[in-house]
Design a binder for this molecule. Structure first.
Ligand SMILES: NC(=O)C1=CN([C@@H]2O[C@H](COP(=O)(O)OP(=O)(O)OC[C@H]3O[C@@H](n4cnc5c(N)ncnc54)[C@H](OP(=O)(O)O)[C@@H]3O)[C@@H](O)[C@H]2O)C=CC1
Ligand SMILES: CC(=O)C(=O)O
Ligand SMILES: [Mg+2]
Length: 615
């Protein structure tokens, strides 16, 4: 049907709209309207012509119908044949498969996202398992390292030290009034790759792509942000192509007041937006979380959603061993890494032990976790001097003062700075977690010793990307005679064991938790992110694997099912928001929360585009 723009009266357009099966033709919705369900029916736009074909949120590439081409003034601007999404998917997948390297695939997918987000997200959802490893860890790590070389087009917003005093005006440069989720980094600890300054932008972009693909947040309602406070990375500072500020990081009061100006600016324009702090180095990560957690809707991904998924992995691991989740307090856990993620993960485990009511005090829960940093065990310095058996290597540099969070884990009965091998021999752990960013920290000797005492040791090298994992899957299975319950931060392939059986690998990454958390918080419009939300996220995910999967060592649904995981988590988080009185969205009488959450999830489909003058 060809609709002629010039002769189409408003009333006749409405009847034509009805015949096209459009549901929202009554009250003109605005672009980016607050009800996400509007996006599924008809999209109203003030744009025309190339402003549509060049807008990744509006473009359909070759799929504009003749009627749309006519009424939106794009006749002749695209090839004549109207080719629907199935053919487009065929084309982009073939082109993607032709890319020789993961980084080339990353660049290809970024370009697709920049010209047609609907197609990008459909492709991503259809091939989530394969493509998550490109837009997210491990390839996103390489993209961050090379970001200044592969730069094509800007996405998201940068706020830098030259923008002091201007941020409250700058937020209005963003073209969308509705922002549901902001992921912000200062690039100070990007995965396990260290300080990458403004190159860190690829992390918020990748996280938000998963917020959309898995969590069903609308693409137009996400905002990736870099706070460019400088970098201490000499090689970037000396690189003429580097795109960030060319000075060392600001610290102290200058740093915190910079972040404060940004938070104030963001909240003045988008008071309901969820802010996810990402890849901030320790202790800034904790300081910012503690400063803002009761003032704005925010959480720290590395601290809190990592704790949810790691706790889920341990709880599922207990079931895989034939134990109960309530046996958590009997686990002896070594956590190698005492930074944001290590401390955050352990706090989640402690919270769970306390919530399960199986420990008499929080201190009793702390006694089940042995924490290590690069200097070794957090132990008792007075005992180190006396301990004759201690083989502690001479370690360079002094440990800076442990803060009150880390102090909780100090073991008074063990010498300070014991090596991993020494700790394993003395503690006989049942589980070991790696959150160091350092490849090879789990030594063969340590894991073999662990496997002497525990039939099914939980071995979780959680650092990203894969090149920075504390051990590989092959190593973990080889050193435990195939008995390890294994999960890593970045994906590792299953391992064929010498006896022909398969050593199952799991990806234990916060990508299992943050999309659902964001979904539940967005739908409920929670004004606070509560500790229960993280505990319940863990519980929901821990219960997802079937007994048969657990028996063979599979702890979670595969990455291909991230959308189902996010729906389950999002529904529970939404319920918690109402139960705890932090939800501000009104529910209609008789509405089922699970249906509300499900229906709110963005689906990448082409919807009819309507120019607003037609209303
Ligand atoms: N799987 C997932 O979902 C997630 C994984 N991570 C990964 O966790 C890692 C750490 O992140 P984060 O905690 O934020 O980083 P931080 O920099 O805050 O902490 C790193 C910690 O590792 C310790 N460390 C460094 N080298 C060694 C070593 N050789 N032996 C023992 N400990 C060591 C550091 O000790 P010291 O203080 O003495 O230097 C520090 O305590 C990153 O690689 C990240 O990718 C993070 C979040 C989520
Ligand atoms: C996964 C993640 O957030 C990290 O490695 O930092
Ligand atoms: Mg992170």
């Amino acid at each position: 049907m060809l609709l002629c723009r010039r002769t189409l009266a408003k009333s006749s357009w409405k009847s034509s709209a009805r015949s096209l099966g459009l549901r929202h033709y009554g009250v003109p919705p605005v672009v980016g309207a607050s009800d996400p369900r509007l996006d599924k029916t008809v999209q109203v736009t003030a744009s025309k012509g190339v402003n549509i074909t060049h807008d990744p949120l509006l473009s359909k590439g070759t799929a504009f119908s003749l009627a749309e081409r006519e009424r939106l003034a794009i006749r002749g601007l695209v090839p004549p044949r109207c080719q629907e999404m199935d053919k487009q998917l065929l084309r982009v997948k073939r082109n993607l498969d032709d890319c020789r390297t993961p980084l080339a695939k990353f660049v290809f997918l970024s370009a697709l996202q920049d010209r047609n987000e609907t197609l990008f997200y459909r492709l991503l959802i259809n091939h989530l398992e394969e493509l998550a490893g490109i837009i997210y860890t491990p390839t996103v790590g390489l993209a961050c390292l090379r970001s200044h070389s592969i730069y094509r087009r800007s996405r998201g917003m940068y706020f830098s030290t030259q923008d002091r005093g201007a941020m409250s005006a700058m937020v209005y440069n963003w073209p969308h009034d509705e922002v549901d989720v902001i992921v912000v980094t200062d690039g100070s600890r990007v995965l396990g790759l260290g300080d990458l300054g403004a190159n860190g932008m690829q992390i918020p972009i990748g996280k938000l792509s998963l917020y959309v693909a898995a969590g069903g947040i609308r693409p137009r309602a996400v905002l990736p942000v870099v706070l460019d406070v400088g970098t201490n990375n000499e090689s970037l500072l000396n690189d003429p192509l580097y795109l960030g500020m060319d000075h060392p990081r600001i610290e102290g009061e200058a740093y915190y007041s910079f972040v404060d100006e940004w938070i104030t600016a963001v909240k003045s324009r988008w008071p309901n937006a969820l802010i996810q702090f990402e890849d901030f180095k320790y202790p800034h990560a904790y300081n910012l979380l503690n400063k803002y957690r009761n003032k704005v809707t925010c959480f720290n991904d590395d601290i809190q959603s990592t704790s949810s998924i790691t706790l889920a992995g341990i709880l599922a691991g207990l079931k895989a061993r034939g134990r109960k989740q309530e046996d958590l307090h009997q686990e002896r856990i070594i956590c190698v890494g005492a930074g944001s993620a290590g401390v955050g993960v352990c706090e989640g485990i402690i919270d769970c032990m306390v919530a399960q009511g199986r420990v008499r005090s929080r201190d009793e829960a702390y006694s089940q976790i042995w924490m290590m940093d690069q200097h070794g065990l957090l132990g008792n310095p007075a005992l180190s001097a006396e301990d004759a058996t201690q083989q502690t290597v001479t370690r360079k540099g002094e440990r800076t003062q442990l803060d009150e969070r880390q102090q909780c884990y100090v073991k008074a009965d063990l010498p300070d700075r014991l090596t991993l091998e020494e700790v394993v021999e003395r503690v006989k752990p049942t589980a070991i977690l790696g959150l160091t960013g350092i490849r090879g920290v789990f030594s063969e000797k340590a894991i073999r010793t662990m496997a002497k005492y525990e039939e099914k040791p939980i071995v979780f090298p959680l650092s990203n990307p894969d090149t920075h994992a504390e051990c590989t899957a092959e190593e973990a299975f080889a050193w435990t005679d195939g008995r390890a319950i294994f999960a890593s931060g970045s994906p590792f392939a299953d391992v064929t064991l010498p006896n022909g059986k398969i050593g199952r690998t799991n990806q234990c990454n916060n990508s299992y938790s943050f999309p659902g958390l964001g979904l539940g918080i967005t739908v409920s419009r929670a004004n606070e992110v509560t500790p229960t939300m993280f505990l319940e996220t863990a519980r929901v995910i821990a219960d997802m694997a079937s007994p048969a999967q657990l028996k063979e060592g599979t702890l979670f649904p595969g990455v291909a099912n991230l959308r189902d995981v996010a729906l389950a988590v999002g529904t529970r988080v939404c319920e918690v928001a109402y139960e705890e009185g932090v939800a501000t969205a009104k529910l209609k009488e008789g509405e089922m929360l699970s249906e509300v959450v499900k229906n709110s999830m963005f689906q990448p489909e082409y919807v009819p585009l309507v120019h607003h003058s037609h209303y």
